[in-house]
Design a protein. Structure first.
Length: 151
């Protein structure tokens, strides 16, 4: 299956422009441009091997292409370096007001700009608020932030 075929799973009638736009918005454009056949390059067992981060960005491109009213990102930046993570965060921020976005994340930097955070502890909602509200009022949240940023 080619990269294009993979993206067409999300939207069968997607135009080349829509596909290229989704690839760029998912921070996959630079990688695809290095491939001899571009989006027509086969991936998986019969083609090139994608890294974990490239797989995540490809999944993100499918979500963008589908233009779903609800998008769930489960650890969407866990396999990305800091630069790619920033690109993905910007793309997610650009979806605000267009889709309902649910982000499951352990890395607090990924959820800095969200409207509402449900802070879980041992599988139960312990607190709800914005990043700043939780940072100010929840010691466990604040400690997680400091632990993440000291590494």
């Amino acid at each position: 299956m080619t990269i294009k075929d993979n993206l067409l799973l999300a939207k069968k009638d997607a135009t080349d422009d829509e596909i290229n736009n989704a690839i760029e918005r998912a921070s996959l454009g630079e990688f695809v441009s290095t491939l001899k056949k571009g989006v027509l390059t086969k991936g998986g067992e019969s083609g090139i091997k994608l890294s974990g981060g490239q797989k995540q960005r490809l999944a993100f491109a499918r979500a963008l292409l589908r233009n779903s009213p609800i998008i769930i990102f489960d650890e969407s930046t866990s396999s990305l370096d800091n630069f790619a993570q920033e690109d993905i965060k910007k793309s997610i921020d650009n979806l605000k007001g267009k889709s309902t976005i649910v982000i499951v994340a352990h890395r607090l930097s990924t959820i800095r700009n969200v409207d509402k955070i449900f802070f879980l502890d041992n599988g139960k909602i312990e607190d709800i608020g914005t990043f700043d509200e939780l940072f100010e009022n929840n010691m466990k949240f604040k400690n997680m932030f400091y632990a993440e940023n000291l590494n």
